[in-house]
Design a protein around this ligand. Structure first.
Ligand code: DC
Length: 227
């Protein structure tokens, strides 16, 4: 498709994808696509506009015309996300939005509506694409594909810590159950299920620190994208 270097990082929620993708994109000076945010935005917008989360046609139409903007702060802080002009950065990260996103993400016409928008993120000098089907469906030609995994327990602990730091109250056990449930839904759906691309490099992050994972991914990038 293009000769723009693309690194895809796929994996289940809580595998560390978001943090790792951002850190690697910053280290390489590349653009970043947080594809999960797009599904979250569709879910959030659908809830605002009272669209049913199983109304495929209405959701796909909404996804196609999604009015959103990502602002990268100059101080390297959290990316600010706007939906229809409103800052929704915080609402986007709640468990309610995540669960709704998982439902709309299982609808094929919604995925199709977001495909071109995702591909348009590929711009020089390169793109780090974070999601579930980046290596299998959206950027099958990517030169380096990484699939991050971690045990459900470890992922629940990480999520718990993250949400607590943001002042959002949740129970660890409830989170574990939700994560396991979402995994099943994401990996068993018929369209773009969560699974590693045949040519993906698997990295189990259960016993690794963020720095260790960033180091490993950067090392893989050096090998794959060496001139
Ligand atoms: O990564 P995340 O938790 O922000 O993703 C939210 C939901 O969207 C999650 O349930 C899986 C889904 N998703 C997807 O189906 N495909 C993607 N490329 C990214 C996310």
């Amino acid at each position: 498709m293009t000769d723009i270097p693309i690194l895809t990082i796929d994996g289940p929620s809580g595998s560390g994808k978001g943090t790792i993708s951002l850190r690697v994109a910053q280290a390489l000076g590349w653009h970043m696509l947080d594809s999960g945010a797009l599904y979250r935005l569709v879910a959030l917008g659908a809830m605002h506009h009272h669209l049913a989360l199983d109304d495929a046609a209405a959701l796909a139409e909404y996804a196609l015309h999604l009015d959103t903007r990502f602002e990268v702060p100059e101080d390297g802080g959290e990316i600010q996300v706007y939906l229809e002009g409103r800052n929704v950065t915080r609402d986007l990260r709640t468990e309610t939005t995540g669960n709704a996103a998982s439902k709309v993400a299982a609808i094929q016409p919604v995925r199709a509506a977001l495909l071109e928008r995702q591909r348009n993120f590929a711009m020089p000098p390169g793109l780090v694409a974070d999601g579930r089907d980046m290596g299998t469906t959206v950027f099958p030609e990517a030169k380096l594909k990484i699939f991050l995994t971690a045990s459900v327990e470890e992922r629940a602990k990480r999520r718990y810590k993250q949400l607590k730091e943001k002042g959002l109250g949740v129970s660890l056990r409830g989170l574990s159950e939700e994560i396991a449930e979402r995994d099943t839904r994401d990996s068993q759906r018929s369209v773009s299920p969560l699974k590693p691309a045949d040519d993906a490099v698997l990295v189990d992050t259960s016993d690794m620190t963020i720095d260790e994972v960033v180091q490993r991914v950067t090392q893989l990038c050096r090998q794959a994208f060496a001139k």
